[in-house]
Design a protein around this ligand. Structure first.
Ligand code: PEP
Ligand code: MN
Length: 263
């Protein structure tokens, strides 16, 4: 069902007035994790001003260590909803199980399946039945075929509104957090009609690389970007080193404006 052979024209995922896979570039931005009302509203207003279309923020965080900040859970979802009301931005948050899925459906517009859950097939079926667009991240070590099959689970459960997201894969290279696989973006665009976006933040783990990889992603044919932005990255509870501050994000958006027209 996700194959271009089955459907030739691009799928456009509509969320409010945002059209992912449509003519313009979709930019999703916000903190790795929702930390407080002040943090979220500050960053939401800033990214909105710079031209972002969707606000991201994790409320249920899949952290490597059980001792790291795990997210505000339902309170985080509530804050996302408040930020949406105040800014008019659509929202996306990660769901990790049945309970977080059920709660997220009440507060946000797009459900994110994280890299670690890309092959959680039961969760894929459930988000396929949830009636909301899904942002499906590529697994840490997933092939393009496995990634598309994960999307097939969601679409075959009745939901065609799937946005694929390349977020870097595990390789021998350890000077960046992951290795951004831009060829997979160009390849996926030929194999599937679904929109494909890129996460330069998790792909690199380094804020100084986020701008270059964002521009490279657009040049490679990505339909959009998801970028981590924090009002004060030095104090971020999660992923500070890869987060842009609002000023850096504004500069990035300026550089994309010309590029998106050129490609
Ligand atoms: C995230 O987007 O916050 C995240 C945890 O990403 P990934 O699942 O790609 O690691
Ligand atoms: Mn993160």
């Amino acid at each position: 069902l996700v194959s271009r052979e089955v459907k030739e024209e691009n799928t456009v995922v509509r969320v409010g007035n945002v059209e992912v896979g449509g003519p313009g570039l979709t930019v999703i931005a916000g903190p790795c994790a929702v930390e407080s009302e002040e943090q979220l509203l500050t960053v939401a207003r800033a990214v909105r001003r710079s031209g972002a279309n969707v606000l991201r923020g994790g409320a249920y965080k899949p952290r490597t260590s059980p001792y790291s900040f795990q997210g505000l859970e339902e309170e985080g979802l509530r804050l996302l909803q408040e930020a949406a009301v105040q800014t008019g931005l659509a929202t996306v948050t990660e769901v990790v199980d049945e309970e977080s899925l059920e709660k997220a459906c009440r507060y946000v517009d797009i459900l994110q399946i994280g890299a670690r859950n890309m092959q959680n097939f039961r969760l894929l079926r459930l988000v396929g039945q949830a009636g909301k667009p899904v942002l499906l991240k590529r697994g840490l070590s997933a092939t393009v075929e496995e990634w598309l099959m994960a999307a097939e689970y969601i679409v075959s459960a009745g939901n065609e509104d799937v946005i694929l997201c390349e977020r870097g894969i595990r390789t021998f290279e350890n000077s960046t957090r992951n290795t951004l696989d831009l060829s997979a973006v160009a390849l996926a665009k030929t194999l599937t009609h679904l929109p494909v976006i890129v996460d330069p933040s998790h792909a690199t783990g380094k804020r100084e690389l986020v701008g270059a990889m964002s521009r490279a992603a657009v040049a490679a044919g990505a339909d959009g970007l998801i970028v981590e932005v924090h009002p004060d990255p030095a104090t971020a509870l999660c992923d500070g080193p890869q987060s842009l501050d609002p000023g850096e994000f504004d500069v990035l958006m300026g550089s994309l404006r010309y590029l998106a027209e050129a490609v």
